[in-house]
Design a protein around this ligand. Sequence first.
Ligand code: G6P
Length: 369
Amino acid sequence: SRIHKGEYLHFMEKEIFEQPHAVKDTLLYACGKENDDFSYEAFSMSERDFKDIRRVRIIACGSAYHVGYVLKSVCESLARVPVQVELASEFRYNHPILEDGELVISISQSGETADTLAAVKEAKKFGAKTLSIVNVKGSAIAEESDFVFYTQAGPEIAVATTKAYSCQLVAGYIFSILLAKAKGKIKDEETHSLRDELFLLPGKIQQCLSLDGEILPMAKKLKDSDDIFFLGRGLDWAISMEGALKLKEISYIHCESYSSGELKHGTISLIEKDSPVIALLSQEELAGKSISNIHEVKSRGAKCFALTMENISIDENDFVQNLSVPSTHPLFAGSLLVVPLQFLSYQVSLLKGLDPDKPRNLAKSVTVE
Ligand code: G6P
């Protein structure tokens, strides 16, 4: 059946607004009912399969690759299992070493990306077990993998992914919780409180959807920039990678995502008077360090914008504008921060008179190497 934009101007806008629903459906897919535990079977795996995982290798392209960094952070923090993230297009040619007990996870919206599919095939040659997190039922990557988790984003039409990315994050959180549980790293009580927190996400994403009005002035201030710098530490860095990619893809502005602490080792040389910097601040324990990095760029003339989680206090004088999202468990912060970043790229694209649904040179799914 044909899919319509309905009341929305673009598919991208429609898909941004579908996120609370898509995330909720993905959570329900993993447990059946809101009050039930997440099940290993949602990943078509058994508890034994989870127990046997000694390392995780994530392979993906584009936005799905950025999900990999979030998953790494969450999985290593909760389950204490080492995770390595690799670009699918590099994996095969990098003389891969796969160890016993290493699970290869491929992440893909379409399930048809040629680079990712080839990497899955390569991993199988090494005898590795493969799990795919895909959105399209019966797609090539899903068929090729030993295990599969289907994100419940529904059809995604806009080239720049929004709701599929959000569902992939949630699939990654659930995978990490199950792995932590199977490995005995978290108690039942914590498993339940994490699950309850995840079920609050759709409502909090819904709250973030009302930020679009506040983002417009920021989009106006940024639309004529030649370069925009994104800064973050830890999970904030992982999310900033996606924020920068999204904005590049549909506004054609050069954006660079940089780890706050690494800044002084390179990119700071590019900062000059009025260089726009977008700082992500959702991790309370890292906030102090990140703020001092913001002072470093400010003192060189940068115009800083902040995207914070509500519980983080900042000095408003440091920023041209500050936007905040509701509080959640710090490991899940990315699911909220990404919403204003999606709006920002969408609005900048529109202000520049571009079509956000069809960025030049890009395809929704790339089936050639
Ligand atoms: C293409 C799209 C990207 C996407 C990537 C991976 O290059 O333009 O937006 O992230 O493919 O797609 P997949 O379907 O594997 O998630």
